[in-house]
Ligand binder design. Sequence first.
Ligand code: ADP
Length: 447
Amino acid sequence: TYREVDESEVVSALEDIFVIRPQTLRNICKHFVDELTLGLKEDGHTLKMIPSYVTRRPTGKETGSYLALDLGGTNFRVCEVYLEGDSKVRLTQKKFTIPDYAKCGQSDVLFDFLADSVLTFITENNIPTESDIPLGFTFSFPVDQTAIDKGYLMVWTKGFDCKDTINKDVVALLNEALARKNVKVHVTALVNDTVGTLMSHAYYDPGTFVGVILGTGTNAAYVEKVSAIPKWKGGPVESGEMIINCEWGAFDNERVVLPFNKYDQKMDEESTNPGQQTFEKMISGMYLGEIVRQVIVELIQRRILFGGISSPEIETPYKFETAYMSRIERDHTSDLLDTKMVLQELLNIPYPAPRDRRIVRRICELVATRAARLSAVGVAAVVTKMERVNDGCTVAIDGSVYEHYPHFGNRMKDALHELLGMFEENVNIVLGKDGSSVGAGVIAALA
Ligand code: ADP
């Protein structure tokens, strides 16, 4: 027999699992600051804290034309970045979709695809190639960087998995692919998207000290004092500053402070990289929809949702996209008609009753709010580590989750207030669009 469980009972059980209270937030933040410090001390810790070899921030006066290539998640972009000086930038870009066979096959297949895309872009935009054009390569995966133009891939993330790329210099791989295709372009800088976001925003606003990505994955970079990086063995740095790529997606892989619950665990076990990227899996666009799906599937199995009736779509991993959550949270109709539409038409649930729609909406809210609050913990930890809580700074954030998810910024701000009190006002969070591409141009200009 089917007994409908009381809506408030369902919701309050989910709240117990997903809500992060202020005290927990503060504990996580404290541990985060310790981990940032530890990663700077020596290699082999959870936070890789990778020196980017970018030791100078732009003045806004840099000029010239540069190519930028941005590989890091869903889209792959080739751009021409024209720095006008005067803090102004012009950007021409073309997006390409990376086919699945290139994401998980042989390295050469992937890099040939990248080189072909560069060729297409140059041809379509009539870019002269008499002299080797300098190119900034934004490659947003953990690399062991040994020079501004050299970096060895440590591990793939975000669904990429070309086995034979590991431990190879990705700049060399790209230069070789470009040479194979006879493309007269030369990679002069290897850039992480977080570093790019920081640098491109600093071109407009010199108070920018942090770059964050909240997209397919999540990560951050910030300006550190070389004297605070014990593991740096690269000799003296004129500016005394080094931009550090935190690779914060791996934060708490040990699972000691994050409230990683049974739904997170199930998603993690079924992912391409179980046990890895714990922080990222609770925050970024690749995973939020999947967590919601895990909750829904369990509630269907327990006959708490949709009268226990499932669909092949809702049973398919990653079929519930993070963008659906956005849409559902934007649904302000009293009957949640757009939520009904998503459930019926995109996920083939035959009859989602109003009560079921409300529960689904609440699940989205809980999962996304937790993500925003954890993102804020990361920002607070970095700003605390930099000792800029008093003096303040600008934090540039790029990525679809931050840009498009309703209330994401405000939820972050609330959490930041819980963490920093009145000093929250000193942290100026702004959207830094196209940062990873423009930043590659800016860094190529400085290189
Ligand atoms: P990148 O892959 O470079 O990080 P984006 O910043 O566009 O690119 O992030 C893509 C991710 O954002 C995808 O995982 C997708 O789930 C998520 N996403 C796309 N559209 C939306 C949206 N409207 N609301 C929330 N998340 C979205």
